[in-house]
Design a binder for this molecule. Structure first.
Ligand code: GTP
Ligand code: MG
Length: 292
């Protein structure tokens, strides 16, 4: 099974991979990370292999990182994605245009169907909600805001979006996360989040939608070729009309006894003659300048 992890820079993608694997396999940085390349970690247990692909932040410094997207595409070629973890933070209060752009960029690479194989992971989930909201109210408001951004960014209509049924999992990667009596990390509402995450991954991986095979056709965008082909008959038709129109007007001119090329030639000769008689010929200008 292959899990792809994507999201903005610094939201906790690599930390979530480490939490899932239970080891510090990925480098964590509190500051902007420099690597642009995706990293894959694999673990096998009795014939079952889990691959997790961590990617660099798709938005850095307020812009979509197209170079990173290009490298991710190349890395994923001929791989099959069973689950996409789209990661953001729970403790953020706004979604903005960039969130929608990054979701649009993911949709452009894999197609809308990637969202059938996705789950939304919201990190930094050990928080005290503002404005006297309960923890569950706050987290559902934030989850709905990000899900709404996914629906808009992926250009999926509200009614259709319900069929995508993207699960939301709250995650707290910090070592300071509270624990229950069994030494399991828990959220403020008492949920053992790692269990929720594993369950959600399993349900998405085994849902009815097909995993996403990242082949050359998907990466090159088959639609763009097809769209191009659509215009060919129209362009050929327009060319044929223009040629017919030119042939028609030449024929008319000849029938009227006019030489279409001769008339241009005559006008040109006349204007040259006029220019000379006005004293505007090039040589006279040169003479006047050199005398100054
Ligand atoms: N409190 C808290 N801190 C977190 C959590 N997840 C990540 N962090 C911290 O946030 C910072 C960034 O975490 P990373 O896991 O490196 O984030 P990233 O998305 O992989 O970042 P890039 O690879 O740079 O895009 C680090 O200082 C982490 O320790 C979380 O759930 N809770
Ligand atoms: Mg990272």
């Amino acid at each position: 099974m292959t899990i792809l992890v994507m999201g903005k820079g610094g939201v906790g993608k690599s930390s979530t991979v480490n939490s899932l694997i239970g080891e510090q396999v990925m480098r964590i940085s509190s500051f902007q990370s420099e690597g642009l390349r995706p990293t894959m970690v694999s673990r096998s247990w009795s014939g079952f292999t889990l691959n997790i692909i961590d990617t660099p932040g798709l938005v850095e410094g307020g812009y979509i990182n197209h170079q990173a997207i290009g490298l991710i595409k190349g890395f994923l070629l001929n791989k099959t994605i069973d689950v996409l973890l789209y990661v953001d933070r729970l403790d953020a209060y706004r979604v903005d245009g960039l969130d929608k752009q990054i979701i649009g960029a993911i949709t452009d690479v894999f197609g809308k169907k990637i969202w059938c194989k996705s789950l939304l992971v919201l990190t930094h989930a050990q928080l005290c909600p503002p404005d006297g909201l309960s923890y569950d109210d706050f987290s559902s408001k934030r989850s709905n805001a990000v899900l709404n951004a996914i629906s808009i960014g992926a250009r999926i209509g509200k009614n259709d979006f319900e069929h995508y049924a993207i699960p939301v999992v709250l995650v707290e990667n910090s070592g300071r996360c509270n624990k229950n009596g069994k030494d399991e990390k828990i959220l403020p509402n008492g949920d053992v989040w790692i269990l929720n995450l594993v369950k959600a991954i399993t349900s998405v991986a085994t849902n009815r939608s097909q995993p996403i095979l990242v082949d050359k056709k998907l990466i090159d965008g088959p639609d763009s070729n097809d769209r191009g082909k659509m215009w060919i008959p129209l362009i050929l038709g327009a060319q044929w009309l223009v040629v017919k129109w030119i042939q028609g007007s030449i024929k008319n001119d000849i029938e009227r006894g006019n030489d279409p090329f001769g008339s241009h030639k005559n006008k040109l000769t006349a204007s040259i003659k006029n220019g000379v008689s006005n004293g505007n010929e090039p040589s006279s200008k040169i003479k006047r300048i050199s005398r100054k």
